[in-house]
Ligand binder design. Sequence first.
Ligand code: UD1
Ligand code: UDP
Length: 366
Amino acid sequence: MSDGIAVILGTRPEIIKLAPVIRACEENKIPCTLIHTGQHYSDSLDSVFFDQLGLPDPDYNLEVGSASHGQQTGEMLIGIEEVLEEVSPETVLVQGDTNSVLAGAIAASKLDVDLGHVEAGLRSNDRKMPEEINRVLADHAADTLFAPTRQSRENLLAEGIPDSRIEVTGNTVVDALYRNRELAAETSTVLDELGVDDREFFLMTLHRQENVDDPELFEALLFGASRAADKHGVDVIYPIHPRAEKRLEEFGLDVPEPIRVVEPQEYLDFIRLEDAATLVMTDSGGVQEEACILGTPCVTLRDSTERPETVSVGANVLADHDPATIIASVDQMIERDSDWENPFGDGDAGERILQSVQPQLEVLQP
Ligand code: UD1
Ligand code: UDP
């Protein structure tokens, strides 16, 4: 067995949220093998984030690509097991709730390698979402559970996971944002390129399977978002995820004005847009968190959230799928003062996670 860490990732949010852990390994000279499953492979969801976040190229890329849930997860499991047998890491880290996380968690636990789950304990309590099943299974396979908040720790305790395996670290999304927010404000030209002014547009992302794979639901969400923006006289910038783009074409849906579909954005441009938007509408987990941290009001286009902290502090409301509720939620949130607290930690989560798996490093206080 080597003394290093293997970090498994596969999608856009994992690259962003594991960047602080990978950087902490580099700064502390801890060997770190990067295993990319290839779940995301388009440059706009993958390589642009490695470039912009200054990450090393993956040591392994399994190039699994897109497929049904079972096939994709199964191919990842086979590939990850082979790499772990070759590398023999002391610890495997996975982050979040994608199919890459599930495959990584199963592979590590079958080989009896120590498994750490970053962003453990989130629950939407909606078992129709593939992400909910992935995160529950990964949590129950993990040896160490890095819960971002006290609420996520409580969720794990309620499922019988012993307290001794849980560490509340904060969310690495804060580390990434704190490191890049100023840089984005200084260097990004995205507002000029899109022809929008600070605080005079809405930003929207919509890509979750349960929303965009259902034509009626997708159409209702687009309609609600467009009417809400029209009422306030602003454009909606919608950087479109390839899943949603594919569904729009397949269903023959027109995107109503004033929604403007644009390419998926690079990280710095995207956080500049989040920071500058009057309001964010989203079904993304990471975007709900980032809007809350940046002080931009958020309307979540779902009927559940695994980020209830954003709602409790007053940064977010659930609008469900009904256009009238979306319009009312936007009216409510647009008036809100954005002086809520950031519930996701102090920006040292990556360092804390590394110290937990490499206890010889100097310990930061939780
Ligand atoms: C996955 C995660 C979701 C996460 C999202 C982050 C699961 C079950 N879902 O959803 O939780 O919010 O990533 O963005 O793991 N495609 C491309 N290029 C790519 C990748 C995908 O064009 O690089 C297209 C393909 O048509 C593919 C579709 O997007 O069929 C869906 O990709 P997939 O990885 O299955 O799920 P996501 O919707 O990306
Ligand atoms: N993001 C980005 N460009 C975009 C849309 C999102 O850089 O066009 C970033 C965003 O800053 C956040 C992450 O992608 O950190 C969220 O990923 P996504 O919404 O794909 O997944 P989820 O968080 O829902 O799992």
